[in-house]
Design a protein around this ligand. Structure first.
Ligand code: MG
Length: 448
């Protein structure tokens, strides 16, 4: 988790994030509003998630934006990808999303979006941080203070997705789908989107509630037990779960089994590559099942460092057909270059409609690997990386060191924000994964 104060930086991998009113205060939100209002003068769209502190922080950001002479367009409560689609489609000069995504309920966050709807890059965040810390804001004269408008991005977003999937094909199948919005922003979009795509929708945890009363906002397997039960109980074709700001989606098959995020990434990648060939972009931490399926269909896999802004950057550079992270963050470039939970739900239904098989059968065609992860303390990351270069000269150093073997791979990746190093190992058998993990841990211990 990115915390304010980690490494002395305000902006982490997901903008500014921390415990609301303690680590992330209204004063900070005000100055972040002044920052974006100064950096991207003009019309700035802003939306937020369902958290209790979102209204407070959003009001402060709006005050900051307008105080330096930019206009604020308040889009209310909406998923991150809906705000991003609005910024791109309605020619806003920038966007701001107030959300802590999947973090616990006491957290909140503020993230900036560029005029094309993509998340700010690392360089842009660094520039924002310089402006924020300088506190050299120029207040607008009384008659030049920005105005606050309100608008809606939900309808635009739902209609945008419907235009980019085969709506008729999906509707013809009359799917029964259970949607678990985790009491987050998807409550405003996914159940409506799927109903309009002709599905019978059964929704759970789909009223906005920032206390997240039923489950944690992270849609991982252990948190979506109720979704699994309901899918079985109502004999649904698919279950969909979102994180708090609905830029990610995870899935449950028609038997009530959770589909691992990497496996779903591989399955959707296969669907795209089969149709369009081309390149698929994913971080070095993704399972080899993604590479296997992409290669099998004649596509090319391109690895990046971890983090969605860099995946998006590379997708644009190589004109990728698809990309994503192994945490349910899927990116559909024909719609927009960002992780998109609503589009993921619609695309997976389109995939099932075209393949005309139950999702469990499609998932079973994706090769499975055993994955092990462990964290070790690490204070001197530079020394570690130098040592790894000596020990594994053949490794891929895109982000940490990744060593590929015939039957598996090993990734040793120092954390950007904490004094730890993460060791990932993946192999065809559990014993080999364990062997690779030990190899990685030994290397870290030897060097540090
Ligand atoms: Mg999220």
């Amino acid at each position: 988790m990115t915390r304010i104060g980690a490494a002395g930086e305000l902006f982490g991998t997901n903008g500014v994030r921390g415990i609301a009113n303690k680590e992330l205060t209204a004063e900070m939100a005000l100055n972040l509003g002044r920052t974006i209002g100064s950096l991207r003068k003009g019309r700035i769209a802003i939306a937020g998630d369902t958290r209790i502190s979102t209204g407070m922080l959003k009001a402060a950001v709006i005050a900051g934006i307008t105080s330096v002479g930019s206009d604020a367009i308040d889009l209310g409560v909406a998923p991150t990808p809906a705000l991003q689609f609005y910024v791109k489609s309605r020619d806003a000069n920038a966007g701001v999303i107030v959300t802590a995504s999947h973090n616990p309920r006491e957290y909140n966050g503020i993230k900036f979006v560029s005029e094309d709807g993509t998340e700010f890059t690392r360089e842009m965040d660094e520039e924002s941080e310089r402006v924020y810390k300088s506190k050299l804001f120029s207040p607008a004269s009384w008659d030049n203070v920005g105005q606050v408008y309100s608008d809606d991005c939900i309808r635009l977003y739902i209609d945008g997705i419907k235009k980019r999937v085969d709506s008729e094909k999906i509707a013809s199948r009359k799917f029964r789908v259970v949607v678990d919005c985790g009491n987050g922003t998807a409550s405003y979009t996914t159940p409506i989107l799927l109903k309009e795509l002709g599905c019978e929708v059964i929704s759970i945890n789909s009223h906005p509630d920032g206390t997240f009363p039923q489950r944690s906002s992270e849609p991982e397997e252990k948190n979506v037990w109720l979704l699994k039960e309901v899918v079985k109980a109502v004999d649904a074709d698919l279950g969909v779960a979102h994180d708090g700001d609905a830029d990610r989606a995870t899935f449950v098959d028609e038997r009530g089994n959770f589909i691992p995020e990497d496996v779903m990434l591989a399955l959707v990648a296969k669907y795209y590559v089969r149709e369009k060939k081309g390149k698929v972009v994913t971080p070095v931490s993704s399972s080899r099942c993604v590479e296997d399926t992409v290669r099998e269909e004649g596509g090319e896999i391109i690895y990046t460092a971890v983090g969605s802004p860099v995946v998006v950057k590379v997708m644009r550079e190589v004109n990728a057909v698809f990309g994503g992270e192994g945490n349910g963050g899927l990116i559909f470039p024909e719609f927009q270059l960002t992780r998109d939970g609503g589009m993921s739900a619609a695309k997976v239904l389109e995939l099932i409609a075209f393949e005309n098989k139950p999702i469990s059968e499609l998932v079973s065609q994706v090769p499975r690997y055993y994955t092990l992860k462990e964290k070790l303390p690490c204070r001197d990351k530079i020394r570690l990386l130098e040592g790894l270069r000596e020990a594994f000269p053949e490794a891929n150093f895109t982000d940490g060191a990744r060593m590929d073997f015939e039957d598996g791979w090993l990734l040793i990746r120092p954390s950007g924000t904490e004094p730890i190093v993460r060791v990932f190992a993946e192999a065809e058998t559990q014993s080999r994964a364990k062997e690779l993990l030990e190899l990685g841990k030994d290397a870290v211990r030897r060097i540090t």
